[in-house]
Write a protein that binds this ligand. Structure first.
Ligand SMILES: [Ca+2]
Ligand SMILES: [Ca+2]
Length: 301
């Protein structure tokens, strides 16, 4: 502290001296100290941290490099901290430290750095301080805040639907219709009819452009009541287990009643494929038992 000689200096508290240095440092007035004193002199404060550009998962920042002793020599490192709340100096050591910050350049040059890996649509607070070779950190900083952009739509691919039909193992080549509604709405985001593969599954056609998100999924096929799977979070490579469709809606009006029975009774003891529910080659009381079990049942819309 030889730069502050005289009797007056003796009556100044250490705290006041440090405060003075901080003030002078901020104003660029601190003279060069001998290296032996460097440990006591923190790097100058970075007070021009600026948000240049904000993406959905990253932010581009600039600031001016500061000297190790608040003056000429470059600082050794940067200590950048980030939080999702407005933090104070006292919280610094508990904050997340941003990795990959650049090696400080010559004092005065503009540093540019992108922080990545952020969450979309999220508000962050961030600040940076210089660190010298003694590990001494600059005293003050300017904190900046920003909110990342919301995530854009993400098209999904390789989405597989696994339908279930009451009373039968689904064969290959079965025609299945699927409509995906934006969850909680009657707005169809995608709709297709596919034929099952050898695993009894249907794939979302590549021509259907569907974004990842929450959907109500309505599935239907001839002879069965429609069923809706509510609020399914569709993402790429999903295998979506669909609800079991109740059998017996022979005329496809989404209710099982006497109209279906009238069709079945007209085919009684025949081998009619549409009304032969259990596919044993004959329309008889076994097929009727399925209708009877689901009598007056209605499907989803
Ligand atoms: Ca019906
Ligand atoms: Ca039968």
């Amino acid at each position: 502290m030889s730069s502050f000689p005289g009797k007056k200096a003796r009556s100044i508290s250490v705290f006041s001296i440090i405060s003075l240095i901080i003030l002078m440092s901020g104003a660029g007035l601190v003279p060069r100290f001998a290296r032996a004193d460097g440990a006591a002199i923190p790097p100058a404060n970075i007070v021009d941290l600026t948000v240049v550009n904000v993406g959905s998962s990253s932010v581009q920042l600039t600031w001016s490099a500061v000297g190790a002793d608040g003056y000429v020599e470059p600082a050794t490192a940067y200590d950048m901290r980030i939080a999702q709340y407005n933090f104070t100096m006292g919280a610094w050591s508990s904050l997340t430290r941003v990795t990959g910050t650049p090696t400080p350049g010559q004092p005065g040059i503009q540093e540019s750095f992108a922080v990545t890996g952020l969450n979309p649509g999220t508000m962050y607070y961030i600040a940076v301080r210089g660190v010298d070779s003694f590990g001494t950190i600059s005293v003050a900083y300017n904190m900046v805040s920003f909110t990342t952009a919301s995530a854009g739509p993400t098209p999904v691919s390789n989405v597989i639907f696994s339908p279930q039909l009451e009373g039968m193992q689904i064969p290959a080549g079965k025609s299945i219709s699927v409509v995906l509604y934006n969850a909680g709405t009657a707005t169809a985001a995608a709709s297709f009819t596919g034929t099952t593969d050898t695993s009894g599954r249907v794939a979302l056609p590549q021509t259907a452009s569907l974004n990842a998100g929450l959907y109500d999924i309505l599935v239907s096929t001839q002879g069965y009541l429609k069923k809706k799977l509510f609020e399914y979070n569709v993402s790429s490579n999903a295998i979506i287990e669909l609800p079991t469709l109740p059998v017996g809606d022979i005329n496809n009006d989404n209710i099982i009643n006497s109209l279906d029975w009238s069709v079945m009774s007209g085919k009684w003891f025949s081998n009619d494929a549409t009304t032969d529910i259990n596919k044993d080659g004959i329309v008889n009381s076994i097929d009727w038992s399925f209708l009877s079990k689901n009598w007056f049942m209605t499907g989803d819309n």
